[in-house]
Design a protein around this ligand. Structure first.
Ligand SMILES: Cc1ncc(COP(=O)(O)O)c(C=O)c1O
Length: 389
């Protein structure tokens, strides 16, 4: 059913439309100047040396794990309160995700739980900045250093979020050995489908570029200047390992480049919308609003998710709002309770915070240009639904 007030909506202006159209007027629809410009802009924005654009956030996670050398017999610590892709990517490299608990306020990995999850097989911590709230990076970095573990940041939900010991002065995506961004249309910055991997090490970037393009020795056509439009010269087809097709088209890169230029402006719109919800929702008994501020952090608002009062049925609230044309989301069902995990070691009861928080979570319609009237309508409907228990 199409909802009158959707859960998320991309913010596409004439500037994006012009940039994509301009690509379509050229003959270079893949591996062209837009890819280079987008990657350069992403690296610069995040204060890292390299950005490698890929076809999705999940593809980025997959390649980042491969580049870190994570494989069979290895364990990767991940939050269970997260999008399923974080566990899927670990399984795709034949490693084992080990679920750790979250902090009940920030909803991010609880460092104490991460320490408890470490075994001799642990290779990496996959740190998700959930809902755009930066994770406890200083504590997690210290743990990783102490135990010789890699950090892979998943910043898919947090472009532009910042964290810093004294001031929140570093953008997330610049902390880990590698970091992943995702550009699905519900994200703050979209390319339709797409993602990127950020890193400092040239050797990582080189291998990422090879793996996203079938394992070719170089994904840049060495004869590009002389032979533009002819990427099939034999020198280009040297495969040094088995790779994937995780390339991102020029149209997507052009869209992303303009969106990145507008990102800070878009994040300000989202913050204003979050503040409006926060004021409107002040007086629903038992309903918990998301934290608006946390020490040392600047939030990049991905979703606005409340915790419903304990005695209120989420299913009924959702169906009542849906009946009024208002979309809501259940972000996120714990991964360790999904059917593929049932019967495995980390089953129900093992992560009490996750299992208590998740069933109460309800994401409200939230996008750059949500109108104050729409937010009032959502809140009125929510108040009515909650008043019935
Ligand atoms: C935390 C997180 N990781 C990974 C992904 C996967 O990204 P994609 O859908 O682009 O594959 C998403 C969302 O889509 C996400 O929210």
């Amino acid at each position: 059913m199409t909802m009158r007030i959707p859960l998320a909506a991309p913010d596409i202006t004439e500037a994006e439309i012009e940039a994509v159209t301009a690509v379509l007027r050229t003959s270079q629809l893949s591996f062209g100047p837009e890819l280079e410009a987008f990657e350069r802009a992403l690296a610069e924005y995040h204060g890292v040396d390299h950005a490698v654009a890929v076809s999705s956030g999940t593809a980025g996670l997959h390649l980042a794990l491969l580049v870190l050398g994570v494989g069979k017999g290895d364990e990767v610590i991940v939050p269970s309160f997260a999008f399923i892709a974080v566990a899927n990517a670990v399984i795709q490299v034949n490693a084992t995700p080990v679920f750790a608990e979250i902090d009940p306020v920030s909803l991010n990995l609880d460092p104490a739980s991460v320490v408890q999850a470490i075994t001799p097989h642990t290779r990496a911590i996959l740190v998700v900045h959930t809902f755009g709230v930066p994770a406890e990076m200083d504590a997690l970095e210290a743990i990783a250093r102490r135990h010789g573990l890699a950090i892979l940041e998943d910043a898919c939900e947090a472009p532009g979020a910042r964290f810093g010991e004294r001031h929140a002065d570093r953008r997330v995506g610049s902390f880990g050995d590698l970091a992943v961004l995702g550009f699905y249309p519900n994200k703050q910055l979209t390319t339709g489908e797409g993602g990127a991997v950020l890193c400092r090490e040239w050797a990582y970037a080189r291998r990422l570029r090879s793996l996203r393009n079938q394992g070719r020795s170089s994904d840049r056509d060495p004869s590009a200047d002389a032979e533009r439009g002819s990427p099939y010269s034999s020198g280009w087809l040297d495969h040094s390992e088995v790779g994937y097709n995780y390339r991102l088209a020029e149209m997507a890169c052009a869209l992303g480049r303009v969106q990145l230029n507008r990102l800070d402006e878009m994040l300000a719109m989202r913050e204003a919308a979050a503040k409006r919800y926060n004021e409107l929702l002040a007086d629903i008994p038992g309903l918990d609003r998301p934290p608006m501020e946390l020490p040392r952090r600047v939030i990049s608002w991905f979703v606005y998710a409340v915790r419903l009062p304990i005695d209120v049925s989420r299913e009924r609230v959702q169906s009542e709002l849906a009946g009024l044309g208002i979309a809501t989301g259940r972000y996120f069902p714990p991964i360790h309770l999904q059917s593929i995990w049932l019967g495995q070691a980390s089953a129900a009861g093992s992560l009490p915070v996750t299992e208590t928080v998740a069933p109460r979570m309800l994401a409200l319609p939230f996008f750059n240009r949500i109108a104050p009237d729409q937010q009032r309508e959502v809140v009125d409907a929510l108040k009515h639904a909650c008043s019935k228990g």
